[in-house]
Design a protein. Structure first.
Length: 151
């Protein structure tokens, strides 16, 4: 099972449609749960991170393999991602991706992460990043199942 915990909600129709499409594609391979927690907005940074951390933790358990999406994380290519994910799905029943909000993720969430992953040193809107993450998860299933898609 894959769980994706995100801070904030999607408002844009085109992003919602892309997310639904990738959820449908991924459902062929595994159960996928999308969880949105409230973005605390532009209150004081440390307060916002603490409140968001509390909301995120409500959806975690000790069996989860936690992957945090961070600019400071390790960058890899799609084939490396597919290989890593294949090994994770064999060894772990619960793989959880966490995407932060406006201020990123709290240091405590980062400390609990099993894998600090970066897609780029660039900053992406977290709403758009969900689509990018879902696409890479889908791509990894296609690669691991030797199905055409990845070029």
């Amino acid at each position: 099972m894959i769980k994706i915990i995100t801070v904030g909600t999607i408002k844009e129709k085109y992003l919602k449609e892309a997310i639904i499409e990738y959820q449908k594609r991924i459902s062929k391979y595994t159960k996928l749960e999308m969880i949105e927690v409230k973005d605390e907005g532009f209150v004081e940074k440390e307060k916002a991170l603490k409140l968001e951390e509390e909301k995120i933790r409500k959806h975690l358990n000790e069996r989860d393999y936690i992957i945090t999406l961070e600019i400071e994380g390790k960058e890899i290519n799609s084939l490396e991602f597919a290989s890593k994910m294949n090994n994770l799905w064999i060894e772990n029943s619960n793989v959880v991706f966490i995407i932060g909000g406006s201020y990123g993720l709290s240091e405590n969430i980062k400390k609990d992460s099993n894998w600090h992953l970066s897609f780029s040193k660039m900053t992406f809107p977290h709403q758009l990043f969900r689509v990018l993450l879902l696409e890479q998860i889908y791509r990894s299933y296609k690669i691991n199942n030797h199905e055409s898609y990845h070029k």
